[in-house]
Design a protein around this ligand. Structure first.
Ligand code: S3P
Length: 178
């Protein structure tokens, strides 16, 4: 195993939830999806938390679940696209995990998000619209860059290939450190 903990970050639909399990299997690590963990703790879907309590309450819960998940046994965590909005979250990720950024062009994301899958977990897609999402993507890229130890383009490759590329880079870095 190349490192104790790994966190996948990136915009919605960058592939975190599909690359994550494939990468965890290759590395023999436990996989945790932060969005799923939030829904489990809250007992509600993400769109319900946004609608009933507001985005700020969701962000508080997200930070809490992130802190708890990084205190547990070593694992590979796939985060929600907005986790980097909080400086405390970014600092936690950088200090406790190998942060892997799945970087994807907006046009690719738009195509994937347009398929309508997983909308229950992505209320921002409906509330912001495409131009709002494009602006959010532009504003967040420097935040992902600020905490990433590794960056991978995910525009062209299918998730299993992205997982293979990440595994190769992590193992190579491990050998260099050894
Ligand atoms: C969000 C991304 C979602 C989910 C929530 C908010 C965001 O996760 O956490 O809808 O602010 O970008 P994914 O990135 O897994 O879609």
């Amino acid at each position: 195993m190349p490192s104790d903990r790994i966190a996948l970050v990136g915009f919605m639909a960058s592939g975190k939830s599909t690359v994550g399990p494939a990468l965890a299997m290759r590395l023999g690590m436990e996989f945790l999806d932060l969005d799923e963990a939030i829904e489990h703790v809250a007992g509600r879907r993400i769109h319900e938390i946004f609608a009933e309590d507001g985005e700020a309450a969701f962000r508080d819960l997200e930070s809490q679940v992130l802190r708890e998940s990084l205190a547990g046994p070593s694992s590979l965590v796939s985060t929600g696209g907005g986790v980097v909005e909080s400086r405390a979250n970014r600092e936690l990720l950088v200090s406790r995990t190998q942060v892997v950024w799945l970087d994807t062009r907006f046009e690719t994301l738009r195509r994937r998000l347009g398929s309508g899958k997983s909308r229950a977990r992505r209320p921002l897609v409906d509330s912001l619209g495409w131009e709002g999402l494009r602006a959010l993507h532009r504003r967040r890229r420097p935040l992902y860059a600020a905490c990433a130890h590794y960056r991978f383009d995910t525009d062209r490759d299918i998730p299993v290939r992205v997982a293979r590329r990440i595994e190769g880079a992590l193992r190579a870095a491990e050998e260099t450190r050894a």
